[in-house]
Ligand binder design. Sequence first.
Ligand code: SAM
Length: 222
Amino acid sequence: MRLRNKPWAKEKLEQYPEYYISCPERYKGSWTKVFSKDQPLHIEIGTGKGRFISEMAKTNPHINYIGIELQKSVIVSALDRLIELDLPNIKLLNINAAELTDVFSKGEVQLIYLNFSDPWPKNRHEKRRLTHNNFLRIYENILVDEGEIHFKTDNQGLFEYSLLSFSEYGLLLKFISLDLHSSHFEKNIMTEYEEKFSSLGNRIYRCEVKYCSCTGSNLSQK
Ligand code: SAM
């Protein structure tokens, strides 16, 4: 994502504690207290400008949502959406996904969305891909026992890599589409990148995978 530096972003984010949580480690194990209703928690990693997660929160008031984004200059645009929508069931965090276990306890999150994650095509950057084995282990440590990852991308190489990574980790494949916009999947909510790349004619790939008792750290060879 091309970034315009916004030196004022930090100050603006901190002016809205009802949407932006500045010291999220404080709430590890007690995220239900942050929301007005005790209900399932779904998070999006790499939420960008927040279109997907805010639309999800509007459509599903019975679920709490957290959008997680590394870049302050980007997440500040997501904040603008939340100010406009004024929803009680969504918050934003400016953290790196590598720090998720500092912020959430095991079992606090039901579902993780990864939408149009950076592909990091060079082999030497493989560990930065959000579907790398190291990240799958981090996700396992915050998800409920049968927690899920829902993943969308227009990048065929990243999709194939991710399917292999999920499979090697022992995740169960629940759903797959190799051309989402031509499929019968009706609940799709578009992200900013999805809008941009599908308008260029790119195919959108999507899958849902699920952890189970035979997954990841429970496998003896891991
Ligand atoms: N999901 C949005 C969409 O589909 O429009 C944005 C996609 S953009 C290509 C990927 C986003 O993920 C960027 O905003 C980037 O800053 C964020 N990101 C990349 N690595 C991250 C990490 N380790 N933790 C949190 N966010 C990350």
